[in-house]
Ligand binder design. Structure first.
Ligand SMILES: Cc1cc2nc3c(=O)[nH]c(=O)nc-3n(C[C@H](O)[C@H](O)[C@H](O)COP(=O)(O)OP(=O)(O)OC[C@H]3O[C@@H](n4cnc5c(N)ncnc54)[C@H](O)[C@@H]3O)c2cc1C
Length: 388
């Protein structure tokens, strides 16, 4: 049996393991430094206690039992594709095919330790909740939330969760009848944060900031952070008791000591079939890969899963000796249900359209429903819907 080694137990890695195990023709091993898959999209509700940390986790052990892949909880330090070896803290791994799905790391702007992030370690969501609770017991305060980009890669920016979180915090404070005691500010260095989602989304975001009385500091380069302070290039500052910041993404640190080809922003260079350039048996999928395409391209969970299925398909076809291949480029799109605390907006951007459909009330329940669907379908408790 050929050995397929999958690095990472997130959306991409687990989807690849599930797709490959359907075939029962390989020995599939997933290596992850966490013993759970984290449902990032629903973690935006952890700080406001709409979801618990446990509810955003799916045990890898349970997934392993359902889909019967091998599981190793270990931290990968280095990949040597020439020797077909991967080096972990606990053991080293050989393989016939390697699928790298390690996700991305974040840039570290000066003073980043004075900020909290909803897009870093999963535990970050609880730290934000704790600080929010402390401010609530004090009864007033200033909260600033924002995101930055990576100048070397347009796809390495994640702004959606910053919008979702600040809108949710607004509603949470309203529910507690404390909204008027708090100053909420959204900040980002780009002139048009959220522009990727299309012009109508920008208008909607503007409208919501006004409607919810959220101040904005946009279009000013961020030079760094100090305790309770954001510092901008024009020497202005923004003081806040709680700073939530999502830095631009960059390649995973373990890739620096590895021999895979990297982009300027340190993501793994792949071709359309997700095969790592210059290799015959190494695939990179999800946030860890350098995604090529239009300026609005984005690293998203649905793309990570599509790439996983594509890599699995291409490995299976290679083993059959067939020349059939699938590619990820045609799957490039932004699809998201952006939660606003009470409702949501359905956003779709692809090669031909950029649409936004407001979904008051029902959109919020749709996103909550997706969280349950993701858990139950991955655990084979309900069937998968086609394309999801
Ligand atoms: C708050 C938030 C909200 C989001 N909302 C949406 C949304 O609504 N819709 C959408 O499509 N996308 C959304 N995304 C993006 C989506 O979550 C990511 O694109 C997706 O998680 C990428 O999957 P991945 O498997 O490539 O990476 P990850 O999910 O980051 O998984 C990486 C895996 O690798 C493991 N790992 C890391 N380092 C090591 C190591 N050294 N050794 C071993 N294992 C390691 C990790 O434990 C993890 O299991 C959101 C992201 C965030 C943060």
């Amino acid at each position: 049996m050929k050995k397929i080694l999958i690095l990472g137990g997130g959306f991409a890695g687990i989807e690849a393991a599930i797709s490959l195990q359907k075939n029962r023709q390989f020995e599939v091993t997933v290596v992850s430094d966490r013993d759970y898959l984290f449902l990032y999209p629903i973690s935006i509700w952890i700080p406001t206690h709409k979801k618990t940390f446990e509810q955003a986790k799916i045990s890898l052990l349970k997934l392993q039992r359902k889909h019967r892949f091998n599981l190793s909880i270990d931290t990968i330090q280095k990949i040597d594709s020439q020797k077909q070896m991967v080096f972990g803290d606990h053991q080293n791994y050989s393989y016939d095919y390697l699928i790298v799905a390690l996700g991305a790391h974040k840039m570290k702007p000066q003073g980043h330790e004075h900020t909290l992030s909803i897009c870093g370690n999963p535990e970050g969501s609880m730290a934000i909740g704790k600080q929010l609770d402390e401010l609530l017991s004090k009864g007033n305060g200033k909260i600033a939330m924002g995101f930055g980009g990576n100048p070397s890669d347009k796809s390495a920016v994640r702004g959606g969760p910053a919008f979702e979180l600040i809108f949710n915090v607004h509603h949470y404070l309203k529910e507690k009848k404390l909204r008027e005691n708090f100053e909420l500010t959204f900040f980002a260095p780009m002139e048009q944060p959220g522009a990727k989602m299309g012009p109508s989304s920008l208008k909607m975001l503007d409208k919501m900031f006004n409607q919810y009385n959220i101040q904005t500091r946009i279009g000013k380069k961020i030079v760094g952070f100090a305790p309770n302070q954001i510092q901008f290039e024009d020497q202005s500052t923004l003081n806040a008791d709680l700073i939530m910041f999502i830095p631009g993404a960059t390649g995973h640190a373990a890739l620096k000591d590895s021999d895979l080809p990297l982009s300027e922003a340190n993501f793994i260079q792949i071709d359309d079939t997700c095969l790592v350039k210059g290799t015959k048996n190494v695939y990179a999928i999800g946030d860890t890969a350098a995604i090529e395409g239009p300026d609005w391209r984005a690293k998203q969970g649905h793309l990570a899963e599509a790439m996983a299925k594509i890599a699995a398909f291409n490995i299976i076809e290679t083993e059959k000796g067939s020349s059939k291949r699938k590619g990820y480029q045609k799957h490039l799109s932004i699809i998201c249900v952006m939660d606003t605390g009470k409702g949501a907006a359905f956003i779709l951007r692809n090669y031909t359209k950029a649409i936004i459909i407001p979904l008051p009330i029902v959109g919020h329940w749709m996103k909550l429903g997706w969280g349950k669907y993701a858990r139950w379908s991955k655990l084979k408790l309900i069937p998968r819907l086609p394309g999801m």
